[in-house]
Write a protein that binds this ligand. Structure first.
Ligand code: AMP
Ligand code: MG
Length: 489
């Protein structure tokens, strides 16, 4: 066995699912960072991954034994318009591994060169988006949000041409799988029912084995994916995270967050907030995310229709009934998360006005989303009042705060349980845009990865504030705000 304990299954699916090809060599692979903890989890020796051979592997210059690289094909709705063929245009699945805990993961190289699905693109990635994805995906993981992860990042020693020349890089990305809603759309549009059935069964077995005995794998899959999305999207909402490009090719069947292109955490709360430079209509604004997730599920259901039931009316009925569970499932998970943020045992019917009013005040007062909730944690259970130096509620919140206090006084939760839940639900550190930008600028402009390393380190412990790290918890100063974020293309 080689240095990566490959155990590949996707490559055993029919050839219509992918094109087999290797990465294209780069000029001079250079190490940026290896995620040692994740490497160990995957059964990869972190020292090997940091060695020249490991770095060459991530760069695509060396194929370790057992790798079976392939570019997967998929389709997708991009900003609402159907694109019948996308696919891994700048990425390759190197292979799969079973973690030390027995969980199966894809290892993918992103930025590894052109493939048959590149549609004229160069198959490469500039350094900036690689650093961004590394920082934000690992921050999401540390916050407990299901997410793809970053195993390693390397430079290529080559330049990529965008509006200007930029240093090139490759990211080794890890996901429970990279199978997308759009993968089903591709086969549905091709009327390839065998492929749809095969893929549905494969996904149920791989991601939702508890449903593997279901008589109707396609229905079991749709139910599981609906539940997974209804668990995921509230986590974004509760952290002020804006994905930015919720196209159906960027929605994973496994329920992890993927594609950290034009994403951002909000500083000041604004429900209409959009960061993506290409989202002119605000389709993927913060407040639209739950509705878009529901829409995306309807698209997945549509793709699955031919294999849900032989009778088309029955198929539509099953699809509709399943997808229509999303709003209630979302609402329940969202309320559970809000209860944890506010320090309540649960959100009672009579609490809904308190919740709504808080969000209205946060918007009208332009309060910092993260610090506002972290300050509530301080006020409810932290005698050190730590973030008071960074954030204090304005006078407009005084009546609201006293109602919240009264409600807390009647709450059932034990103090230590409340403190634990509130600290977790109200992190002090999120991947603030201006800090991400600062780390990217230092790396891209000066080859200085110090700020990148420090930011990753800080974001790995989002729940524990200390004053020495106040720089990382502080909102942007005037002039530091980042107004737009970009796709990595
Ligand atoms: P994304 O915006 O990352 O979701 O990518 C959408 C589609 O465009 C996917 O099929 C990508 O593989 C493809 N793509 C993005 N950037 C490039 C590139 N530089 N070269 C080739 N294909 C790309
Ligand atoms: Mg994508």
């Amino acid at each position: 066995m080689g240095p990566i304990p490959f155990d590949n299954t996707y490559v055993q699916l029919p050839e219509a699912f992918y094109t087999r090809l290797g990465p294209r060599e780069v000029k001079t692979p250079g190490a940026i960072k290896v995620n040692r903890e994740l490497a160990s989890l995957l059964g990869i020796d972190p020292d090997w991954l940091e060695s020249p051979e490991g770095v060459a592997t991530v760069a695509g210059n060396y194929l370790p034994p057992g790798a079976a690289p392939l570019a997967a094909v998929y389709a997708g709705h991009q900003f609402g318009s159907y694109n019948p063929q996308l696919g891994d245009g700048r990425a390759l699945l190197l292979g799969e591994v079973l973690s030390t805990q027995g969980h199966r993961y894809d290892i993918q190289l992103k930025g590894s060169g052109p493939t048959p699905y590149s549609r004229g693109g160069d198959g490469r990635s500039p350094l900036g988006p690689v650093l961004r994805e590394y920082i934000v995906s690992e921050a999401m993981h540390a916050l407990g949000v299901p997410s793809t992860r970053a195993l390693a990042a390397v430079t290529t020693g080559e330049q990529v041409t965008r509006d200007s020349f930029l240093p090139g890089a490759v990211l080794a990305r890890v996901a429970s799988s990279h199978i997308r809603f759009g993968t089903f759309q591709f086969f549905s549009a091709q009327k390839n029912l065998d492929a749809l059935k095969t893929l549905a069964s494969y996904c149920v077995q791989r991601h939702y084995p508890e449903r593997a005995q279901a008589d109707n794998p396609a229905l079991a899959l749709l139910q599981a994916v609906t539940a997974a999305q209804a668990a995921l999207i509230p986590r974004w909402q509760l952290l002020g995270f804006i994905h930015g490009v919720m196209n159906t090719d960027n929605m994973l069947i496994c329920g992890e967050t993927i594609d950290y292109g034009p994403c951002a955490f909000m500083d000041e709360f604004d429900p209409a907030k959009v960061f993506s430079s290409i989202d002119h209509g605000g389709r993927y604004a913060y407040r639209n995310q739950p509705g878009i997730a529901h829409w995306n599920l309807a698209v997945l259901a549509q793709a699955l229709l031919p294999v849900l039931h032989e009778d088309q009316d029955k198929a539509v009925e099953l699809a509709q009934a399943t997808v229509d569970e999303f709003p209630a499932l979302f609402e329940a998970a969202h309320l559970r998360g809000l209860a944890d943020k506010l320090g309540f045992d649960e959100i009672r019917e009579s609490d809904k006005a308190i919740v709504d009013e808080l969000f209205e005040l946060m918007a009208s007062e332009k309060l910092d989303f993260t610090l506002c909730f972290r300050r509530l944690y301080d006020l409810a259970c932290n005698p050190d009042q730590q973030v008071a130096e960074l954030f204090e509620f304005p006078d407009a919140l005084v009546p609201w705060l006293s109602r919240w206090r009264q409600r807390l006084d009647t709450d059932q939760l034990a103090d230590n349980t409340r403190a634990e839940r509130m600290a977790m639900a109200n992190p002090a550190f999120i991947a603030r845009n201006h800090l991400v930008e600062e780390a990217i600028r230092a790396g891209e402009d000066e080859g200085d990865f110090g700020p990148f390393f420090k930011l990753i380190e800080r974001l790995s412990g989002p729940g524990q504030y200390n004053a020495a790290a106040r720089h990382y918890a502080s909102p942007p100063l005037a002039g530091q705000e980042v107004a737009q974020t970009f796709c990595g293309t």
